[in-house]
Design a protein around this ligand. Structure first.
Ligand code: ADP
Length: 158
């Protein structure tokens, strides 16, 4: 059975993340979406809220589960017997960062492989931080994330 781990901040969850989750769920027998609890980041939503949002919007995918972790993703993968990481590639900017991170992870945990998927073209420019920027400055970001998540973002940021 192939299991992959899709780590990220998901603050907030976007249609880009969901596009990647659906692709991963088709490719792997099991996909674990793992929210990284990073003490250096100040997310707008607590982990529990992000977990509920992810669970709600992946409820129709029986082979997807959602969890959270602290520390290194490769340690979480090893402790849970997972040897594939899933990450998204949007632009060449992502490539630079992901390439470095994948090789760092490989150096730390040689048995863990990273797999990269591209989202649908309409999501290639989409990022959680840009959505927050648009909302903070009074723009309409509703087309880029599920309605309930968008309402929660509005409540949080306005
Ligand atoms: P991180 O803080 O780890 O970058 P994110 O939640 O921003 O967390 O992203 C998690 C993963 O999802 C990353 O691999 C990122 O490239 C990917 N991702 C984010 N947005 C998109 C998108 N619109 N299309 C495809 N992949 C995406």
């Amino acid at each position: 059975m192939t299991t992959a781990l899709y780590p990220g901040t998901f603050d907030p969850l976007t249609y880009g993340h969901l596009d990647l989750i659906r692709r991963g769920a088709r490719l792997f027998d099991r996909l674990t979406v793992a929210i990284a609890e990073n003490p250096r980041k100040t997310p707008i939503f607590p982990v529990d809220t992000r977990m509920n949002m992810l669970e709600t919007h992946t409820a129709d995918l029986p082979n997807v589960n959602v969890t959270s972790f602290q520390g290194l993703v490769v340690d979480y993968a090893r402790d849970n017997g997972i040897d594939t990481l899933l990450r998204g590639l949007r632009t060449s900017g992502d490539f630079e960062f992901e390439y470095q991170m994948a090789l760092t992870n490989r150096s730390l945990a040689p048995h863990v492989e990273a797999v990269f998927l591209m989202p649908s073209p309409e999501y290639t420019f989409l990022s959680s931080s840009l959505i927050k920027e648009v909302v903070l400055n009074g723009g309409d970001a509703s087309r880029w994330l599920p309605r309930d998540v968008y309402d929660a973002v509005l409540e949080q940021l306005r």
